[in-house]
Design a protein around this ligand. Sequence first.
Ligand SMILES: Cc1cc2nc3c(=O)[nH]c(=O)nc-3n(C[C@H](O)[C@H](O)[C@H](O)COP(=O)(O)OP(=O)(O)OC[C@H]3O[C@@H](n4cnc5c(N)ncnc54)[C@H](O)[C@@H]3O)c2cc1C
Length: 241
Amino acid sequence: MAEENAPSFRDDVTVELVKHSAADTDVLFAARVSTRGEQSLDEVRKDPERSKGLLNYLMRDRHGSPFEHNSMTFFISAPIFVFREFHRHRVWSYNEESGRYRELQPVFYVPGRSRKLVQEGKPGRYVFLDGTDEQHKLVTEVMESSYRQSYAAYQEMLEAGIAREVARSVLPVGLFSTMYATCNARALMHFLSLRTKSEDATVPSFPQREIEMVAEKMEAIWAELMPLTHAAFVANGRVAP
Ligand SMILES: Cc1cc2nc3c(=O)[nH]c(=O)nc-3n(C[C@H](O)[C@H](O)[C@H](O)COP(=O)(O)OP(=O)(O)OC[C@H]3O[C@@H](n4cnc5c(N)ncnc54)[C@H](O)[C@@H]3O)c2cc1C
């Protein structure tokens, strides 16, 4: 296999904010139109710290629509199995690289040492345990070997003139893909409530660790853009309004 087609392995995910229009004041002007009409736009120039109480009230009583007047576009690189879960969130907008129109790159997911490997208990009540060094070694070796084999099969078919959309069938869900995902803060909060595990959550969720890695990076970015909204989300039990 040519050098440029040699598989590489990753245990992390990429999340970059590529574009945004998102600030705490976006929530406030939208909410204040109820009582101040056209004067509500003055909120954009005011210090949002003065209106922490309003933000908290909106979050607590689940007045969700003021949290929709903003936008964040993320570039994400993660395994296909993460995207399968991600795309269940229907109120986001997505565009993903195509396995029909481009040759897929040989980048594959192999869990890092901190990824818990052993699952015990019943569905919905799973407990995950670290796994031994031997188990980690096994997972790394078996995955890498399997990935190499499937990518070699993909290449063999492409070299024989088979269409990309046909040859891709042999590639596994551990293959990395890339996409843009755009959301507003309300949609992001709903996503975070389901795709992170937190002791602050009133309603606990038990997401797969790899989509949680994406969600954690998104939350850190969002918390910088809308710190008061993020604080109100956490203070109100991480329930999306
Ligand atoms: C821990 C975990 C385990 C999961 N396991 C499975 C599984 O085993 N199998 C599986 O298939 N899925 C599974 N899912 C996916 C889950 O069922 C949801 O599809 C996913 O979490 C997206 O949630 P959502 O529909 O609320 O979000 P979105 O699609 O983003 O929708 C946001 C909100 O909009 C409203 N909405 C959107 N579309 C409609 C509609 N058509 N009708 C009415 N209201 C709508 C709802 O209020 C919804 O909560 C799992 C999710 C999690 C977090």
